[in-house]
Design a protein. Structure first.
Ligand code: SF4
Ligand code: SF4
Lengths: 207, 322, 370
């Protein structure tokens, strides 16, 4: 009988203790961030998609189109073309299919000239896979324009195979492409979880 | 007390009905918002903030969304029963409002057997849940329905017994009489054990956590309303919150002195007390894990019923002696 | 009573693949009699991605990000195991500072995993609020790990021969601050969960696993420690810098759900101890081994390495034939072994108990399916 009563009382007390905890938290300030109104600062190591490092000296990228990054990438998502300009080789196209990227960082680490870095871009959303394709070169040009630096043109390929392109229309095209690449993240403010864009088919399963 | 209520005109009835309907809707909207806010702040988050002031009309937006949803009727359901269940669950809820005294004069019909009316109609809720679960032709739903029946049968007994000890003191089933009897002291101070038991049983009666076994989402997906969608689901939801209001109103009338209170008008006091009780029930939900089914029944038969009976006997003795 | 066939006496209940408490895409086929379970049959493979086969088709380095996806909750232990395997093949010596960093980050990740489990488990039992308190704490770990690894889940941080990014003083101070914070929260967890009578009723004496069963089914991790066997690879077969630290292995006594819960709960404290010691003692020095070959092409041979992940022993068996890709890579995942006991302990329990037992195994379904 006494144990019966004691059991009830201790059980009852434990419930009250639990309720004490929740009521204490009830009056505490909230800890979450109201996303579109407040934004968190991404940490310095945050891995967004990759982008070119702008060298403050040369005011352009450092890529030498060695294709090491493209070959190292586990998902084979870096599409890069280089052209010979004089003795140097320069990239004329650097496009990543960001939706396949696993943000492993291997491309950044393998680059012999440290030409790549992670952007802090995390507000990415799109309506199709195509929206996740990022033209890194155009992005760099847009950055240069924003900084008021001379915009690096897309280098002219030596062989005449691609013919019709001249320097000026190409630059204009690049401009347009840059606009296009810039717009989606800004225009669609739909919240994008920082990690999820990578490889939608396989990775993040819910717990 | 309340002699006017005996001469109910047709006009009064209709006005009352409209009032009740409005109250049910507004109450549910408010309670859902309140539940969201209570849970959110207990969990260190703000809850709905976007639609209206602090998300106040978020629930209306949700209700509109539910109205616009397709009503899916699964192929193998028992159609008449399946369709009737959401309506049946709503009827007893509405009837109960007829006898609740919101304040001195604000009562649609002051019946001699007010308590019994509420409790007997509340038992009908089980029927609706059983209908919903059975007709859905879904194993999880049947589980929920069966659990609900066992649970309500087990908890109606202690519920009645605890209320009995108050009724014994007052000597009347009429709700206004019970409130009137508390003009000196609230019964919660006279009958603390009965109050605690009543709150526990009421939580179980309304299928709220930690006794929300008929709809235990981590076990039974959504329990008896797994197969309901759109407005039909909303009706179950609405009924749950209205039920909460009713049990809280009963607690107010039986233990907290009903509409009595200084300065403010009776209705305001009544509502304040009701929502305080509802807050308590919400507080349970956001604190405790769910009990297991057999434990729930054990709790009722081994602890609540003996305690309630003991309380009743002690009350009877004391009354005899005094 | 009429004689009825077996089919009518029992009925089948499909728990999952889309069920709130199967944590991913696991299906458990239940033979039921009333609310009692006669037979439970887990059906796995809904999330099969062929990780082992992928390894055979890419270079050693390129397989690294996959490890973070096998068990996304304790990804760093998996990173570490793979790195250890390749380092063993290449006979690389990892510098001490890198080992310390590995230990710190790995233990932080373990706490994060346990916190998430506690939260999700309470959710299984029907308590919603502890889940968010756990996530609040876990968020702090993720912020810390974000600073060094660059990601918040699916980490890909360790490299063959060390770590690619050094930790700074802010991070180390952050670790200590986190230890203080988590300790200050213990009281709340205890009042809210550990002592709660409903929680005790739901967990004590349910899903008991005997020591023989542990051995028979090859259980590892908190499952076996809950039954009282102090088997922890960090102590039994020490790797990395673990021998340098002083910590205990919490064990249970009866092997029920409550013991497993308490083992995980107390392991968080032990992990904090390891972290604090490591933060105090972390040596200066390089974070990457010298002479890491540019092209990773180990000599023919085979290795097995194992680490203690949050769920148990995670092992990698790696066969090299002197190529740039592994010849065969076998993942020994703890959840797979741990789940195998479910049919045995689930018999004659209620559905609610099954949910509690399944939760207490702490399965990560993508890990089982690989
Ligand atoms: S981060 Fe990894 S997956 Fe993404 S582009 Fe670089 S190498 Fe490829
Ligand atoms: S590895 Fe670096 S330099 Fe080479 S192509 Fe890639 S970005 Fe350019």
């Amino acid at each position: 009988m006494t144990s019966y009563v004691r059991e009830i009382l201790t059980g009852f007390y434990s419930l009250l203790a639990g309720m004490g905890v929740t009521i204490r938290y009830f009056v505490k300030p909230i800890v979450t961030v109201q996303y579109p109104r407040e934004k968190l600062q991404m940490s310095p190591a945050y891995r967004g998609h990759t982008e070119f490092v702008l060298d403050p000296e040369t005011k352009t990228h450092r890529c030498i189109a060695c294709e090491l990054c493209a070959r190292t990438c586990p998902s084979q998502l870096i599409h890069l073309e280089g052209v010979k300009v004089g003795k140097k080789k320069l990239p004329s196209k650097y496009v990543i299919e960001y939706h396949l990227c696993s943000l492993c960082g291997l491309c950044v680490e393998v680059c012999p000239t440290q030409a790549l870095q992670f952007s802090k871009e995390y507000r990415l959303a799109g309506y199709s896979r195509q929206d996740a394709v990022i033209d890194v070169f155009a992005r760099m040009q847009a950055q240069q324009r924003r900084l008021g630096w001379p915009v690096t043109p897309i280098p002219e390929p030596q062989p005449e195979a691609e013919g019709e392109a001249e320097a000026k229309p190409k630059a204009a095209k690049a401009k347009a492409a840059a606009k296009k690449a810039e717009q989606p993240p800004e225009a669609e403010a739909a919240p994008a979880a920082p990690e999820t864009p990578a490889a939608p088919a396989e990775e993040e399963k819910e717990t | 007390m309340a002699t006017a209520a005996h001469s109910v005109s047709v006009f009064g009835m209709i006005a009352g009905l409209i009032g009740v309907m409005a109250l049910v809707a507004v109450n549910a909207l408010f309670l859902i918002w309140m539940e969201r806010k209570v849970s959110a702040h207990m969990q260190l988050r703000p809850g709905p903030m976007e639609v209206g002031w602090h998300g106040a009309i978020q629930t209306i937006a949700d209700a509109l969304k539910l109205l616009g949803k397709e009503l899916i009727t699964p192929r193998d359901v028992d159609k008449p029963v399946y369709l009737a269940a959401p309506i049946v669950i709503f009827l007893p809820v509405l009837v109960s409002f007829l006898v609740i005294p919101f304040s001195q004069n604000l009562i649609i019909r002051d019946m001699h057997v007010g308590v019994l009316l509420i409790l007997s109609f509340a038992a009908l809720t089980v029927l609706a849940i059983l209908m919903a679960g059975w007709a859905s032709n879904n194993k999880y739903a049947v589980f929920g329905a069966i659990r609900s029946v066992a649970q309500n049968v087990a908890y109606e007994i202690p519920l009645l017994i605890t209320l009995m000890s108050v009724i014994l003191m007052v000597g009347s089933f009429r709700l206004t009489d019970i409130v009137a009897a508390q003009n000196r002291i609230w019964f919660v101070f006279v009958q603390p054990v009965a109050f605690i038991l009543y709150i526990i049983c009421a939580t179980a009666e309304t299928n709220r956590a930690p006794f929300d076994l008929p709809e235990a989402e981590s076990e039974l997906v959504a329990g008896f309303h797994t197969e309901y969608s759109g407005m039909r689901f909303a009706l179950f939801f609405l009924a749950e919150y209205t039920n909460m209001f009713i049990v809280a109103a009963l607690a107010t009338i039986f233990f907290l002195g009903g509409w009595r209170g200084p300065f403010l008008p009776g209705l305001v006091w009544f509502l304040i007390k009701v929502y305080a009780i509802i807050f308590l029930i919400m507080w349970f939900r956001w604190t405790f894990p769910r009990v297991r089914f057999d434990q729930l029944i054990t709790l009722s038969w081994k602890i609540l019923i003996p305690l309630a009976l003991a309380n009743l006997i002690v009350t009877a003795f004391v009354l005899k002696l005094v | 009573m009429l004689e009825r066939g077996l089919e009518e006496k029992f009925y089948v209940l499909n728990l999952g693949p889309q069920h709130p408490s199967t944590h991913g895409v696991l299906r458990v086929e239940l033979q039921m009699e009333g609310e009692f379970i006669v037979k439970a049959d887990p059906d796995i493979g809904y999330g099969h991605r062929g990780h082992e086969h992928m390894a055979e088709n890419r270079s050693y380095l390129q397989f690294l990000p996959n490890l973070g996806r096998v068990d996304y909750l304790h990804a760093l232990a998996y990173n570490q195991c793979y790195c250890m395997a390749v380092e063993k093949l290449l006979e690389l010596k990892v510098p001490e500072r890198a080992e310390f960093i590995r230990v710190i980050t790995c233990e932080l990740n373990r706490i994060a995993s346990h916190l998430l489990w506690i939260g999700a488990y309470l959710l299984d039992l029907g308590a919603f609020t502890p889940f968010l308190y756990c996530f609040d704490d876990r968020e702090n770990i993720l912020d810390l790990l974000d600073r060094v690894t660059g990601s918040r889940l699916t980490y890909c941080y360790y490299r063959f021969g060390g770590v690619p990014r050094d930790v700074d003083d802010d991070f180390l101070a952050g670790c200590k601050a986190f230890a203080r914070r988590l300790r200050s929260r213990y009281r709340d967890y205890e009042n809210l969960v550990n002592k709660n009578v409903i929680f005790l009723e739901r967990t004590k004496g349910i899903g008991i696993i005997s020591q023989e069963q542990c051995v028979k089914y090859g259980l590892t991790g908190p499952m076996v420690r809950g039954s009282g066997i102090p088997y922890d690879l960090r102590k039994c077969e020490p790797y990395s810098a673990y021998p340098l630290f002083d910590f205990d292995i919490p064990v249970g006594s009866t092997g029920d759900i409550y013991d497993r819960y308490m083992v995980r709960y107390r392991e968080m404290e032990q992990s904090l101890r390891i972290i604090e010691q490591a933060v105090d003692k972390i040596p200066a020095g390089p974070i990457m081994a010298e002479k890491v070959p540019k092209r990773i092409k180990p000599a023919p041979g085979e290795v097995y390495t194992a680490v203690e992940a949050a769920r148990g022993e995670f092992g990698i068996y790696l066969v090299s034939q002197g190529d740039t890709t592994p010849y065969r890579l076998k993942l020994r995942v703890p959840s797979f072994g741990n789940l195998s006991i479910l049919p045995e302990i689930a018999v004659d329990t209620l559905v609610a108990d099954l949910v509690a037992i399944l939760g207490s195994i702490d399965v990560v379904v993508p890990e089982i399916d690989r």
